[in-house]
Design a protein around this ligand. Structure first.
Ligand code: SF4
Length: 418
């Protein structure tokens, strides 16, 4: 059994030994099972969710809302949650309720936590190696000097200035990798998008503000090529990725990006060129495939058409075009990953699992990257609704491994092996 954890007004993490920890799956409170919990992974952040009451289970099996600190009656008790590093999938959302109707959960991937034997546990399972996305490799003392050196090397490159802002202001890891000259580095290029996703992190959609803002210019081909070539030639396990949290949909920029990819490949054969995309702009994407793209990662919340429409709200494409893109990429031996936005209580519903299995049977793609969806579950409830009957994230992962063993489950893009 795990005990409820909360934060007191002094910001101290407290255990409430009288209340059992609860998590949330869809619209249900859930007592976590052992298979759904793990010791808080290294590199996680423990944070409070402002404006919410913690919820737990009392000794008489009553669901209790903790509206004040049991050790200091009358003083506030705040919800504690974990933000997981890459490589871990959340199994349960934090159990909490808003202090007022107007309160929204910020766009972060909050995970339920609890105490057991004096240690903090998180509702999570590991799904990929932790190494290259471990927070200890980022935001280091050397970051500023590395940014300064790169800006001196490419003084007129506006993408670099955007990435410096993303590194320092948003703490973005893919932006920082460009300055650290290693692994996967993002190259944002496109301010616009033809979808309107409920959980977009680069533009405000609806009532919840987005944590990042899009770049506000279209770079030149040379600005893209000089950064990409420099990274691919010099970085270990180099990947450059179009499609970042500070931009729109890069395939809308295919008229610029396809020739830029051709130019990059004429200067270096090293590394992996990847695009993170919603996958709906089939005609533009096949131009990029022909130009030499190595990998594509397609983001999906659901492969049930009705839910796809309600979440992504595409303006001039639909799910069948996304399927065509995936097929076309596979036909050309391009590495294809799904970026599956995972929400406990929705993604693990049998209807979603069956649709996903049908999609991967029809499209034998390489990998499903499990991404913890940053969203207030109330937004999903209002727009799509939660159906009862979810089987749990760990059960869902077991089903995927059993029914589609050829598809690797993971958390981030791996380089293409030539
Ligand atoms: S496709 Fe990406 S950029 Fe476009 S609305 Fe969705 S999350 Fe935002």
């Amino acid at each position: 059994m795990y005990y409820m954890m909360y934060s007191n007004e002094n910001g101290e993490w407290m255990e409430n030994p009288h209340y059992t920890m609860l998590g949330r799956s869809g619209n249900s409170w859930v007592i976590p099972e052992r298979s759904e919990m793990m010791l808080l992974p290294k590199g996680s952040s423990l944070v409070t969710i402002p404006g919410f009451f913690p919820v737990g289970l009392g000794t008489d099996n009553q669901v209790i809302c903790l509206n004040s600190d049991p050790y200091s009656p009358g003083k506030r008790a705040d919800v504690v949650a974990a933000l997981l590093p890459q490589g871990f999938t959340r199994t349960l959302l934090p159990a909490c309720i808003p202090r007022s109707q107007a309160q929204h959960v910020p766009l972060l991937g909050y995970t339920a936590v609890g105490f057991k034997s004096g240690k903090v546990y998180a509702a999570a399972v590991q799904n990929d190696r932790h190494h290259s996305w471990h927070p200890r490799y980022y935001n280091t003392e050397k970051l500023s000097s590395r940014i300064y050196r790169m800006l001196r090397r490419f003084p007129r490159n506006r993408i670099l200035r955007q990435l410096a802002k993303c590194s320092l202001q948003y703490g973005c890891f893919t932006a920082q990798n460009l300055f650290y000259q290693r692994w996967e580095a993002g190259i944002p290029t496109t301010p616009v998008c033809n979808a309107d996703c409920l959980g977009c992190i680069s533009e405000k959609h609806g009532e919840v503000d987005s944590p990042q803002h899009r770049l506000d210019f279209i770079p030149t081909s040379e600005e893209i090529v000089e950064l990409a070539v420099d990274h691919l030639q010099n970085a270990p396990q180099a990947i450059i990725s179009f499609g970042q949290g500070c931009e729109g949909e890069p395939s809308l920029n295919a008229a610029l990006l396809a020739p830029a990819i051709g130019e990059i490949r004429s200067r270096t054969e090293k590394g992996t060129i990847n695009i993170n995309t919603h996958g709906g702009n089939y005609q533009q994407l096949i131009k990029m495939f022909a130009a030499g793209l190595d990998a594509i990662r397609v983001t999906l919340f659901s492969v049930v058409e009705e839910h796809y429409q309600l979440y992504h709200r595409p303006s001039n494409y639909n799910l069948s075009q996304v399927g065509n893109t995936v097929k076309a990429a596979l036909d050309r031996n391009i590495q294809v990953s799904l970026n599956l936005l995972v929400l406990p209580g929705f993604t693990d519903h049998p209807r979603q699992i069956e649709a996903l299995l049908n999609f991967v049977r029809e499209n034998p793609l390489h990998m499903i990257q499990l991404r913890n969806l940053n969203i207030d579950p109330a937004v999903i409830d209002r727009n799509l609704g939660f159906e009862s009957g979810a089987v749990g994230i760990t059960t869902m992962l077991g089903i995927l491994q059993k029914e589609a063993p050829q598809v690797k489950l993971g958390s981030y893009t791996h380089g293409v092996k030539r």
